[in-house]
Every structure is written in C-alpha cells, then in structure tokens.
Design a protein around this ligand. Structure first.
Ligand code: BES
Ligand code: ZN
Length: 961
C-alpha cells in the first residue's frame, strides 16, 4: 500500500459518526471533559485513567512496559490523520478554553505484541462504541485486529495503554482511532493559548510548542524523535481566522456545525517527520510574503505589527539566509513553504517547527523606531538558527535526546554563518567568542559540569530531556563544532556534512554518524590529522571541561591540564581520557602567524616556542580552540606591555581573550589577580568592542563580589578613569550623542561606554541619562535612540524615585511593541527603592501583569540589582514550589533563575541558605534547574574563598592604579 489512505470499514463508520454526530460528540466531549476534570482534577490515577475497564492492579513500582519512559520497539507509526478544533472562546460548560480532536494513526507491527503504548498527556478520551478509549482495526482485510481487553491512561509515563485480547501480527498494519478533548491552557506547552489586546479587545491565539515531549498533549502519538511519520492535519476554526500548520493548505471550506460558522482547513500531508516538529496555529494574524526560487516565505504577526511593517526585516533576510543554507548543505530547502510567526506568548526564543517556525515577538519583529542594533542582530541570528534546523535536525534528526547537543550546538554554530550572510558588514562571526565560548567556559570550568554527550539510558524522563537544553549543549556544542570546522577547513567540514545529510535524509542518526562522515571527507581530501576525527572529537565530547594549555617560553614546554575555576573543587566524574584533550593550536610569534600545531599528550616540547629577546608568543588565535592559554610570567609581561604600547598588533579577538583568560586564570589561582588587573590598564587606549565587552563581563564579577565592600569606591575611581576616554570618543563621534555610529560593533561599544561611565558615576553621563529621560517624561515624546534606551532607562530609573518608576511602568503597560516593553521591563528592575522592587517582584507572578514567558527573567533582572538581589532570593525561596509548578515546562528559564538569584553569593551565610533551599525543596524538585543548584553551591564556595584571598590585594591595586 502506498502512502495514501485506506479506510477500513470500521474506521469509515467512525468517520461517518464523527461527521454526522459532530455536535453531539462535541457536547458529549465537553461534558465528559468537565466530569473527568471534576473527578480527577486532571490527575487520573495510574490505573484508572478515565478508563472504563481497568487493567490488573500491579504492585508499585512495577516494571511493566507502561512504567517505562521509552516506547517499546514493537510498533512503528506510518501516518496519522489528525483533526483538531481549538476554541478561542471560553467553553460555557467547563469554563475553560478547550480543544477537541480526533485522530487515527496507522502503524506497522514490527514485533508481535498484545500491548499498544502510545503517548498521551492531559487528554481526556471519549469512550467509543467498543466501550474503550480507542478503536483498533486492521488495515489488511485478511487479518483481523484483536479486540481490546483493557484501555487506560498511565499518567506518570504519559501513555494511553491498550491491552489486547490477542496478538498483533508482525509486519501487519493497524489503525488506531481516538477522540479526545484537552485544555487549551496558557501554559506555553503542547497545544496552548496566547492572548493579547487589540483595540481594547482581548484576542486569543491557539498555538503549539511540542519540543521536546508535548506533542502528546495535543493528540495521542508515538512521541519520540525516531518515530517519524507522515501527518495529515485538519484544523477546524472560526471563519475569518487563519489556520496554519507545517504543510500548505490543500483545501479550506465552510464547515457549518449547528450555529457555528466554522471553517475546515485541510493541509497537504507533511514529509516524514518527528512529532516534536509539528505545529498547529489558529489566529487572526496578518502576513506579508514573497517567493524565492519557488519557496513561499511568509511572516505572520498581530495585525497592527504587520501593518506597521515590523515583519519586513525578517521577510527580507529569510530568503538570503535560506539560500545560504541550501548552498552550505548542498541540499535544496526540503519544503514548498517557510512560514514564520511571532507570538505574544512563547516560552523559548524560537522553535524550528518544520515549515512553520514560531518566535516570541522580540525575536522576529523589527521596528526601526524601537529596535536596537542588538535586537536586530538577535533577529538575524535566531532566524538563521531556526532555518539551519530545517535541514540539520528536521530533515535529519538525532535518534534520541541524548544527542541533543549536536542538534542545538550545530545550529548555534551555523547561526553565525547565516547571520553573516544576512549582514556581512557586522562581523557577527567574531561574536561567538563572547556569546558562546566565554559564556560556556564559565560553567564548563566547574567540577559539577557534565560532558556534551549523555548516555541514552540516562535520558528517560521529560524532565531529564528538558535539562539537556543548557549552555553546554548550545554553547559548548557550538564552540567545539567551530573548532572542528576550523581544523578540517570549511570545505572538508561541509563535504562531510553534506554526505551525512544525504545519507540520513528523512531519517535519524547519532552524533557518531556525523563524525564518521567527516572522517570520510578527511580521507577523501587527504587532510593530515594526528588522529581520526572521532578520536580527536571524543576527547571534547565524552569528557566534561576543557584544558588550560600552558606555554613556557623559556623551556619551550607546552602542557595541558583540566581547567577548574576552583582548583580545590573535587572532580568526582571519571573521564575516559583522564582529562587530556587532543588540542589544535594556532599561534603567532611576535606578529607572525606560525604553522598550527597539535598537542596530543599531557606535555610536549616545541622548540619554536622557546623565546629570546623581546619576542612574544600568542596562542589560540581568534579563539578557535576550546581552551584557555597560560604562559610563563615573562611572556605574560611581554603581552601586557604589548597591549599597553601597541595593542593593535594583537588581533582584536585575542585582546578580548587575553583579558578573559587572565581573569579566569587568576580566579583559578594559576596567575595573580594583579596580573589580570594589569590587562585592563591599556583599556584607556582601547576603542574596540570585543576587548571592552570581555573586560566588562569579567569586571562584573568584581562588582558582584565587591559592590557591598570597601573595595567598591577605589574600583569605581579606577574604572571611571579608564572609561572616560571611551566616553569622550563616542561623544565626539556622535556629535554630542546626536547621531548613531556607523559600525555595528561601534554601536555596541557606545552603549558600553555610556553604561560604564554612568555606573562609575561619571557625572556628565548621569546628567545625560537623566535629561534624556526627563525630556521624555515632560514632553511625552521619546527621542532616545533605541540603541541607548536600555541603558538610559536603567540609569534614569536608578537615579530617580517613584515618579520615574511609575512613568516607566505606565509606558510598559501601554507598550504595544514587545521590544520596547522588554527594554522597560528590564529597566524597571534598576530602581534602588526596596518597596518598588518588592512590589515589582509580586507583579512577576501575576500573568495579567507580566506574561508567564517573562516571569523568571524579570526576577533575574531584579536580582542583578544589588538592592534587589536579597529581595529576589527571598522571593524565590518562599515561592519555589509555586513557581516550579506554575512556570514549569521545558526551557532554560529555571537554570537561569537559580543561577541569576544566587550569582552574587559569597558568604557562609548565603551558602547555608542555598543548601537549605536545596534540602527544603528536594521533594518539589528543580526540574531543568537541578544542575544549576549544584553549580550555584560550587560557585558560592569558590566566591567565598576568592574574596578572602583577594580582597586586600585588589583594594591596594585599585588604590594605587
Ligand atoms: N529548539 C529550540 C527551542 C527550544 C528550546 C525548544 C528549549 C524546547 C526547549 C530552538 O531551536 C532554539 O534553540 N531556540 C533558541 C534560539 C537560539 C538562537 C539559541 C532559543 O529559544 O533561545
Ligand atoms: Zn535550536
């Protein structure tokens, strides 16, 4: 049988019942739903999940197949027929927003079995004519389907379970039919609702977020990435609303159901794909479109946003980025259309649903009058990231979530290549060093870090899967792939990538498959490497952490050692490679770039690195390698002198790196803190963004540790002195802040100049911020350039009182542009008034005031403020269980929250509180923030030690500088 449809007699009858009795069914469903809801409060007991016939009671914990989180391999889905009807108005009976649906899945039996397990979560089923929660029929008329003995919902493992009276026969196909209702909740997962106001009217959107394990919340499905199938989707929706899904619309017609003037939109069948990439959306959004080489590109958003032209930037950039990836992958875009939609409520930044990418508004909509260059860059990169997934992740999908790092790490690497294509003048490719390499160095240097790769057996439960969406998967993944692409050359890297995609298209693979294809490309191109690609990369993938490579220029000895931010921390995890790596080293000697080298052992001697006279060595050029570099004191001193006398002889990325390495080596007690501080002495001559940004993020640690201590004053004096020339430089360049610098990096560094100048109390800066803000307050006309808004708002609110805060709050409440609301939301956390901060904290957990998607980040903003930190910590401690249950779901937000509210911790008292917090909530749990709790404990301990060892030195240094 082909991919088409075969309707067996029984299914045909069900279909007729469905059509004819649609209204009756709907009413019945809502009644059933409310009854179920009342009976179970949506928590159906494991053995009585809305079933009419119970399975044999098994002792708990039992080891039945339905108690395991992974599906058995006995059944393989082929295609689904799913009809969903989301209601965008309150259901009168249940007083809930609901959706109803029916689904049939055709699957093949690969191993004889009398058990059907299919994922289902928070769905309530209608009893069908056989008295069960589902109906089973055989596709082949020659084989009869066994009848159902028991059917029930296994809530813990999220299954609909069917025990059969006989066996399904191997190699035969069956149809499973169900009818169900679910709640269209505002929980940002599965099929959910998003709300917004338009012209004083509340509007509701039905939309989805399936990744990683919430497709099962929309309809019963084999919800594992390797269970690829074809999906025939139909959406029922009010006339005048737009229905979208992964495929193109095949047919859309009126579908009157008593009184309801509804429309039925049937979509073309999807390609063979994973459930987590499905999307269903009903809205009354508008769109703009164009076509590029036959591919339809559309941008959807709220009508006023489209009317204001906020989709234009995304539309203009999507075509070129898509073309770029077609070339990069040497594979045409696999679908006929590419829709992208901006949603008012969205948990992550964006989601790569195949052919229908969803975004939060700030990640897709651009408005010149409101968006900063940073907002614009984020839009370009996030589009590139999600488009990259259309091939890598969607066309070829990792077999199981334990390899998530490859999917997200890859997209996080090539997003820079795609964004560079869209904005070639920006030099965005360099920024991976700050945003990913430096970001992840900070967590991967902890003893509580973990390797990129996890074992398949260790990743079972949804919470374990969610936990994988962390900085290691994203940023370390991106960093090591960038290193790999660099030492293979981009040509060889893409060749291996292309054959990999060709081989596994529409199927699944493991990370080792990609490495094997890269190895084949290495052989085909005669590339010389110290070992095979899988062997080299294993040292980076299978062990946590990274090395610090030490170059001793007096002896020429080059050695490596596991870099730990806290050298006293205990590494309990055993590494298969003893914490040694195969390290590619790009380097230069006194301005001349040298032949790259490999360090394949713990240590080796390289006579070319032995120096005499005024020569200096600089290694890890452009920070392509995922490691830090240390030198003997003489070479460090020569580098510091070079920075002070002729810093441009050192490549700009490496200037950023010298600062970052020095500060972190000092924290690890490998070099002195004084030496680290010396790398900042040249900053009064530095005008480039990357070194400044690197210095600022490292000094941020000093602020965190010292802004409640006697070091604060002298530190402020020093930094004010260093930043003043930069402030003057931009003041001149912008003709007294009246125009925008031309370069992207200059625009960023202008913001740094203002932020630091104001932070260190440069009066001219504070006056500038206050006057720009009060001008706005007095005239109601906001003339602050979008690039400067965040920092100006923050400084003015910090310097002001309730009046400034209330003004900003009123602007926030009425903002209709997400990017403006975002800037205000973060600036509101800058006030020094505790009562305002406490009130603001209360607001964060009221979804009518602060959208759920923004709750945890708002708390973190408050914690970033020295006055807000203890308040935010008390707040999170007191409400943890509420936050955890109401703001659950699977994204980065919990780890960000925990790290955010604890990052200033540096006293024994705080450490005890943190440990107590961990103990108190062991039952509630920390979900995707589990690891963050341990990381925070480790960080607090190392902060305590650092302060006691460094406070006096640092104080004296700042005083003398
Ligand atoms: N697949 C993710 C979205 C996601 C994240 C789903 C967490 C479920 C849980 C998507 O491709 C992604 O990575 N989005 C990033 C943007 C990117 C530019 C780093 C995001 O949402 O921040
Ligand atoms: Zn991604």
């Amino acid at each position: 049988m082909g991919k088409g449809f075969f309707i067996s007699k029984a299914v045909g009858i069900v279909a007729i019942i469905l059509c004819v009795g649609a209204v009756a069914v709907i009413i019945a469903l809502s009644v059933v739903y409310s009854q179920e809801k009342a009976k179970n409060n949506n928590q159906v007991s494991p053995t009585d999940g809305g079933s009419t016939s119970n399975p044999p009671v098994t002792p708990s914990p039992s080891n039945e197949p339905w108690d395991k989180y992974r599906l058995p391999k006995s059944l393989v889905p082929d295609h689904y027929n799913v009809t969903l009807w989301p209601r965008l108005t309150l259901d009168a009976t249940t007083e809930l927003y609901i959706f109803t649906g029916d689904s049939s899945v055709e699957f093949e039996c690969a191993e004889e079995t009398d058990l059907i397990l299919i994922h289902s979560n928070k769905l309530n089923y209608t009893k069908l004519e056989n008295g069960h929660l589902a109906m089973l029929t055989s596709v082949n008329s020659g084989v009869k389907a066994p009848s159902i003995k028991y059917s029930w919902l296994q809530n813990v493992t999220q299954y609909l379970v069917l025990q059969l009276n006989g066996k399904l026969s191997k190699d035969h196909r069956y149809h499973l039919v169900t009818q169900f209702t679910g709640e269209l909740a505002d929980d940002l997962g599965g099929f959910y609702r998003s709300e917004y106001m338009e012209d004083g009217v509340k509007k509701v959107v039905a939309t989805t977020q399936m990744q990683p394990t919430d497709a099962r919340k929309a309809f019963p499905c084999f919800d594992e990435p390797a269970m690829k199938a074809i999906f025939y989707i139909t959406l029922i929706h009010d006339r005048g609303t737009v229905a979208l899904s992964n495929g193109e619309v095949k047919d859309s017609s009126n579908f009157p159901i008593e009184g309801h003037n509804v429309q039925k939109t049937i979509f073309e069948p999807t390609q063979k794909m994973s459930t987590y990439l499905l999307a269903f959306i009903v809205s009354d959004f508008a769109f703009i479109n164009n076509t590029i080489d036959g591919v339809l590109i559309r941008i959807f958003a709220r009508k006023p946003a489209i009317a204001a032209g906020q989709g234009e930037y995304a539309l203009n950039k999507t075509g070129p980025i898509l073309k770029f990836f077609e070339k990069y992958y040497n594979t045409s875009y696999p679908l006929p259309k590419s829709d992208q939609i901006a949603l008012p409520d969205f948990n992550a930044g964006a989601m790569e649903n195949w052919g229908l990418i969803t975004y939060r508004e700030t990640a897709l909509l651009y408005d010149e009058a409101y968006s900063s260059n940073s907002n614009k860059e984020r839009i370009a990169t996030i589009i590139a990231h999600e488009l990259a997934h259309m091939w890598f992740g969607n066309l070829v999908t990792l077999r199981w979530w334990n390899d998530l790092w490859l999917n997200e790490g890859f997209a996080s690497y090539v997003e820079y290549l795609g964004a560079h294509e869209a904005e070639p003048d920006w030099n965005v490719k360099d920024l991976i060093v700050l945003s990913d390499v430096h970001r992840v160095f900070a967590v991967d240097a902890l003893a509580s870090s973990h390797p990129l790769s996890s074992r398949e057996e260790d990743i079972q439960k949804p919470a374990q899967i969610s936990e994988l969406f962390d900085a290691i998967s994203y940023s370390k993944g991106a960093s090591v792939l960038r290193m790999l692409s660099d030492f293979l050359t981009e040509e060889v890297f893409t060749m291996g990538l292309q054959t990999y995609l060709g081989k596994f298209a529409f199927g699944n693979a493991a990370y080792t498959d990609l490495l094997n294809h890269l190895q084949m490309a290495v052989i085909a191109n005669g590339i010389q490497l110290p070992d095979t690609v899988p062997n080299i990369m294993s040292t980076w993938i299978l062990q946590m952490g990274f090395p610090v490579v030490t170059i001793n220029t007096t002896t020429g000895v080059v050695s490596q050692q596991h870099f730990l931010l806290d050298p006293d921390s205990e590494v309990t995890a055993v590494s298969p490679f003893n914490y040694e790596w195969i390290v590619p080293i790009k380097w230069m000697k006194t301005e001349v770039v040298q032949e790259p080298q490999w360090l394949t052992d713990k240590s080796a001697t390289n006579n070319e690195m032995k120096l005499s006279g005024a020569d200096w060595v600089l290694a890890n050029l452009d920070v392509v390698g995922y490691y830090r570099v240390n030198y003997d004191t003489d070479n460090w001193n020569r580098l510091v002198v070079k920075l002070r006398t002729d810093h441009e002889l050192i490549p700009v990325i490496n200037r950023a790196q010298l600062v970052d390495d020095a500060f972190n080596l000092a924290r690890a007690k490998i070099i002195s803190t004084v030496l680290a501080l010396e790398t900042t002495q040249y900053l009064n001559n530095e005008r480039d963004y990357m070194p400044w940004e690197s210095a600022l993020s490292n000094l941020d640690f000093f602020y965190l540790m010292f802004d409640r201590s006697k070091v604060y004053g002298p530190m402020q004096d020093y930094l004010r002195k260093q930043v003043t020339p930069l402030f003057e430089y931009y003041k001149n360049m912008t003709l007294n802040w009246s125009k925008v610098p031309d370069g992207h990096m200059d625009q960023y560094n202008q913001v740094n100049a203002i932020s630091l100048a104001c932070r260190t109390g440069l009066e001219e800066c504070q006056t500038l911020a206050k006057s720009l803000f009060s001008q706005w307050m007095n005239t109601n006309v906001n003339q602050i350039h979008p690039n400067l808004r965040s920092t100006v708002y923050c400084n003015a609110i910090a310097a002001g009182g309730a009046k400034e805060w209330e003004f900003a709050w009123s602007q926030f409440v009425k903002a209709t542009i997400a990017t403006e609301a975002e800037k205000l939301r973060s600036a509101l956390a800058c006030t020094k008034e505790s009562w305002l901060l406490n009130r603001y904290l209360e607001y964060t957990l009221d979804p009518n005031i602060i959208r759920k998607q923004d709750a945890t980040s708002t708390i973190v903003y408050i914690a970033n403020n020295v006055a807000g930190q203890p308040l935010a910590w008390d707040f999170v401690r007191a409400r943890w269980s509420y936050i955890f249950t109401e703001y659950g779901g699977g994204s980065f937000s919990f780890s960000n929250l925990i790290n955010g509210v604890t990052k200033r911790f540096s006293t024994d008292f705080e450490l005890q509180q943190l440990k107590q917090f961990k103990a108190d909530n062991s039952v509630v749990g920390f979900g995707s923030g589990t690891l963050a709790v341990d990381q925070s404990i480790e960080r607090t301990i190392s902060n305590m030690k650092w302060i006691s060892e460094n406070q006096e030195n640092v104080l004296n240094w700042f005083k003398a500088a």
